[in-house]
Design a binder for this molecule. Structure first.
Ligand code: PLP
Length: 376
């Protein structure tokens, strides 16, 4: 039996909630389950507003509209990220300024941000890779000193913290993803927009409701609703919210389950690290992570290819990750790399992710560890 790289989180209670949503008279967005999910996040994150969206991509697109990105605006971010981090802002006309990463975390190197800031810089998008926090104090300090928005792409970061603060609750905005590859899912696709400044809440509700003031209408704040600004359809349906709510009710045990697997990997593979054969993940002391990912770094791309092939031969699916955006056709067209690419390309070619998902069997974990030892 092949060990998949990922298996979507499923605990069982999703069935009851989804069925009850199906049998209710309200299938479209912002019904009972959506409200329950949003209230859960607002309490947990202590944010001004949490809005469910169809995806993290959609939440990022909402942010680009909210901060009024215009042609010529520059947005700083790492090149080592998923396309949506950049694409959402390019859709509104932004130029992307890629900054090199810190090889220990694969996150944007906070010390390189200041020199990338120009008169056109409108925002910094940080990516908490593998659910491991960026150096947020330094980043917030540069941003506040220069009147620049900070958006946390915490698509992988639900349940992780930076100095005890939830990821996504530190910048002006944060986004989570509930895609099936993430720690929690709303049934395959889904996301969350986290708003940490009260001034954006009303506009966000309008953008999410096709550019209408429908949310205010439902609260009785206006007596009819109408088209008031730019917007689109950024609400997931109730079935997605119901699916997600079941997982929020068990958020802590899902997180603990993943962490046990992650820590088993770390302990077992530490011997390899001592032999200097490989590098393991580095978790800064300011971060508590969510075991979203377990990766190793090998010597180079050739060794990595051999490693992936060897594991596949033994029915284990291991995968590499992002092709740096600045080397992609669209990345070249819509962005530029600031400074030198010292680590982004080099480190991305060494990195390989091994299977980790909710409820992995002990025998699966042991087989993977043994196979990795055999490879070396
Ligand atoms: C998964 C992911 C996204 C996209 O999430 P969707 O919900 O699929 O849109 C964006 N950024 C990062 C860093 C991701 O890992």
């Amino acid at each position: 039996m092949t060990i998949a790289f990922n298996k979507p989180t499923f605990i069982g209670h999703e069935k009851t909630h989804v069925l009850s949503a199906m049998q209710s008279a309200k299938l479209s967005g912002d019904g009972d389950f959506s409200n329950k999910c949003q209230a859960w996040f607002e309490t947990k994150l202590n944010c001004n507003k949490a809005l469910l969206t169809p995806s993290a991509t959609a939440a990022l697109e909402m942010v680009a509209i909210l901060i009024d990105i215009q042609a010529g605006d520059e947005v700083i971010m790492p090149s080592y990220t998923f396309v949506s981090t950049a694409n959402a802002f390019v859709l509104r006309g932004a130029t992307i300024v890629f900054v090199d990463i810190d090889p220990f975390t694969m996150n944007i190197d906070s010390n390189l941000i200041e020199s990338a800031i120009t008169a056109n810089t409108k925002a910094i998008v940080v990516v908490h890779y593998a659910g491991v926090s960026c150096d947020m104090d330094t980043i917030m300090q540069f941003a506040n000193a220069n009147n620049i928005y900070v958006i946390e792409d915490a698509a992988q970061g639900m349940m992780s913290t930076y100095k005890s603060k939830a990821l996504g609750s530190i910048g002006h905005f944060g986004v989570y993803s509930f895609h099936e590859t993430k720690n929690y899912t709303s049934g395959g696709e889904g996301g969350l927009l986290i708003i940490n400044s009260a001034e954006f809440v009303e506009d966000a509700e309008i953008i999410r409701e096709k550019g209408t003031n429908r949310s205010q209408f439902f609260r009785g704040q206006v007596d009819k609703y109408t088209w008031v600004s730019l917007g689109s359809s950024y609400l997931p349906c109730e079935l997605q919210a119901a699916y997600l709510y079941a997982q929020l009710e068990h958020a802590e045990s899902i997180n603990q389950n993943r962490l046990i697997t992650w820590n088993t990997y770390l302990q077992s593979l530490s011997n390899l690290k001592l032999n200097q054969s490989i590098q393991l993940q580095h978790i800064p002391t300011y971060c508590k992570h969510n075991a979203h990912m377990f990766y190793l770094k090998l010597h180079n791309i050739e060794q990595r290819t051999q490693f992936i092939n060897y594991l596949k031969l033994h029915d284990i699916m291991a995968v590499f990750h992002y092709i740096p955006l600045h080397s992609s056709p669209a990345g070249k067209k819509y962005g530029r790399f600031h400074g030198t690419d010292k680590y982004t390309t080099q480190e991305s070619e060494k990195l390989v992710r091994i299977p980790i998902f909710y409820n992995m069997q002990y025998s699966q974990i042991q087989k993977i560890i043994q196979t990795i030892f055999n490879f070396f």
